[in-house]
Design a protein around this ligand. Structure first.
Ligand code: IPE
Ligand code: IPE
Ligand code: MG
Length: 255
């Protein structure tokens, strides 16, 4: 708990970290980082200023997850539907991604963070792909917090990809149709090898999933908040975890 004090001592604490049960932490937290545009609008700033502030917010969240020894953090950064946005906004988002990785990767590596991506990276620019490859390669042996960045990610596209891969396996006689089960299917998802999220967080006051991890959230707990993502900090995360710890997860069974 000592290092956690360091994180929160600098500001007045709303959340009492003593309420946190360190033996029942979620293993995997997934976050829909939403509300950047509205955060900026409220301040009379361009939407891109909101995205920039959103990246800043990420630092505190990654630090808090690392300190708490959370194993996986999945971040929804760009969806398959976000291409519908104006060209300028899309390119600003991609530039921010490149800038973020360039600036933060050494620090992330020092902190034993492992970077992975989920989504169709082939749809991104060569510059972005290069930075992603560098980050993945550099951190591949780290065994601290696993950060999965969802980029050009859509859960429906992910499932179609998995179905195609399964069909190909059947065609190649690598698997019989009768032997297709949930386990086999999961091997074809981007999240292969990563446990399902225990807790899904969506800030910004929206109560929807927006094509995020549809398969993997079958039994996840949800936490919604009106806070826009750029204002989301370690304290908000702690609040979400404390709420999560009050939930009774039955997975269809009974106590
Ligand atoms: C989330 O913030 C960032 C991305 C979707 C890339 P938004 O840009 O969706 O912000 P709002 O929802 O318009 O406020
Ligand atoms: C979801 O937010 C995608 C990301 C946060 C990357 P959106 O802002 O794109 O979702 P909708 O349009 O409100 O459903
Ligand atoms: Mg949004």
């Amino acid at each position: 708990m000592k290092s956690m004090k360091n994180i929160f001592s600098s500001r007045k604490r709303r959340v009492d970290d003593k309420k946190l049960d360190m033996t029942r932490l979620p293993k995997h937290i997934a976050i829909i980082m939403d509300g950047n545009g509205r955060w900026a609008k409220k301040r009379g700033l361009p939407r891109t200023a909101g995205h920039k502030a959103g990246v800043e917010a990420l630092r505190d969240i990654i630090r808090t997850c690392s300190t708490l020894n959370i194993k996986y953090l999945t971040l929804y950064a760009f969806s398959t539907e976000n291409w519908k946005r104006p060209k300028d906004e899309v390119s600003a988002l991609m530039q921010l991604l490149v800038h973020y990785l360039k600036k933060e990767i050494i620090e992330l590596h020092k902190n034993n963070v492992r970077i992975r991506t989920i989504g169709d990276i082939s749809g991104l620019s060569q510059v972005a792909r290069k930075e992603i490859d560098i980050a993945i390669e550099l951190t591949k042996n780290n065994d601290g917090l696993g950060v999965n960045i969802a980029l050009n990610y859509g859960a429906r596209a992910e499932m179609i990809k998995a179905v195609k891969e399964m069909c190909q396996k059947v065609k190649n006689n690598e698997i019989a149709i009768e032997n297709i089960d949930e386990n086999e299917f999961e091997q074809c998802l981007y999240t292969k090898g990563i446990p399902d999220p225990d807790l899904v967080i969506r800030p910004s006051g929206e109560f929807r999933i927006s094509n995020f991890l549809l398969w993997q959230i079958a039994y996840s707990e949800f936490w919604f908040s009106n806070i826009f993502w750029p204002d989301f900090n370690g304290e908000c995360l702690m609040e979400a975890i404390i709420d999560y710890q009050k939930r009774d997860r039955r997975f269809g069974g009974i106590k």
